[in-house]
Design a protein. Structure first.
Length: 316
């Protein structure tokens, strides 16, 4: 029982170490979950021994350990996009498991001395860890790790079908479970549209931000093993251009300070610009312009997907 608990704790340490090594940023798009023709084999690496206190034997006793990973238990071995890591099971002075070897690509082939190891494979933010024992006698059978992973590709529109410019849009990916403090665990932040994110199977909470004011939409999306889920989120928002003019359709007057109030009276945006551009969620607003010692205001309505100019007329 004690050995099992110790193994469980070490597996947790491996997972935590790898999580820290991976930046919470959007993953680069990959071609698809279908594998390409051919087989990509990793070069054999030098032998590693978890026992650092012993002198290396005069005759190599290392064993060849072949590793492959699948998205699903009945899927084909993956041939690209993998990161393999081999760890010693004995924590170092810093409390972390020493990294003994690593390689990128598809299936891998390591040369390892007899002993115990932890092997981890990651595919984007998806990963799997397995304890490996290399015997002194006999060969080591091929090790297969199942990632149980899929992917999501995110995008968004404004209104019914108005495509949102990529520079105005971002996504954050959170775990579906709410923690004791009421927050969700951040998985990836600032994911750009049309970027494939590789994740373990499960449900994730997606936060889509259009612009930088108040156009925010949340959705729960399920990731299925071996599948790519394409999700398009609908924003009820539009881009608004504010101008203080001396006549309708005239040039925007410089040195103008702006405030935009929601129907509740709360300030949702401020700007010091002759021609501020902002994205606002659908609703009723009031624009207030301050120029020199005078104040001008106008009520306006934002309709989803309808980008408009809001002009305030300069009066004497």
């Amino acid at each position: 029982m004690i050995r099992h608990s110790r193994a469980a704790r070490l597996l947790f340490v491996v997972a935590a170490t790898l999580f820290a090594m991976t930046s919470a940023r959007g993953e680069d798009a990959f071609q698809s979950f279908k594998q390409l023709n051919g087989t990509t084999k990793m070069p054999k690496l030098n032998a590693f021994s978890p026992n650092f206190s012993q002198t290396a034997p005069s005759r190599s006793t290392s064993k060849s350990v072949a590793l492959e990973a699948k998205l699903t238990s009945d899927g084909e071995p993956m041939q690209q996009g993998l990161s393999w890591r081999v760890f010693s099971p004995i924590p170092g002075s810093d409390g972390k498991l020493p990294l003994l070897a690593s390689v990128e690509g598809g299936s891998a082939d390591f040369q390892l001395e007899p002993g115990d190891y932890f092997v981890n494979v990651s595919f984007g933010r998806a990963g799997a860890t397995k304890k490996l024992s290399v015997p002194r006698e006999g060969e080591v059978e091929k090790q297969v790790l199942v990632l149980d992973a899929g992917g999501i590709l995110l995008n968004a529109v404004s209104g019914s079908d108005t495509r949102i410019p990529a520079k105005e849009l971002k996504f954050d990916v959170y775990s579906a479970e709410v923690q004791a403090d009421g927050e969700r665990g951040l998985v990836l932040e600032d994911v750009k549209p049309d970027t494939i994110v590789r994740l373990n199977t499960g449900t994730y909470h997606i936060v889509s931000e259009y612009g930088s004011v108040n156009a925010v939409v949340r959705a729960d999306i399920k990731v299925e093993a071996g599948k790519l889920t394409e999700a398009t989120i609908q924003h009820r928002a539009a881009q608004i251009n504010l101008k203080l003019v001396s006549e309708a359709g005239g040039e925007a007057i410089a040195d103008t300070a702006w405030s935009v109030l929601a129907s509740s009276g709360d300030i949702v945006a401020e700007s010091v610009s002759a021609f501020p551009v902002m994205v606002l969620a659908e609703g009723e607003y009031t624009a207030i312009a301050r120029n020199k010692d005078k104040i001008y205001q106008k009520d306006f309505t934002v309709s989803a997907g309808q980008n408009v100019d809001v002009e305030l007329l300069l009066t004497k």
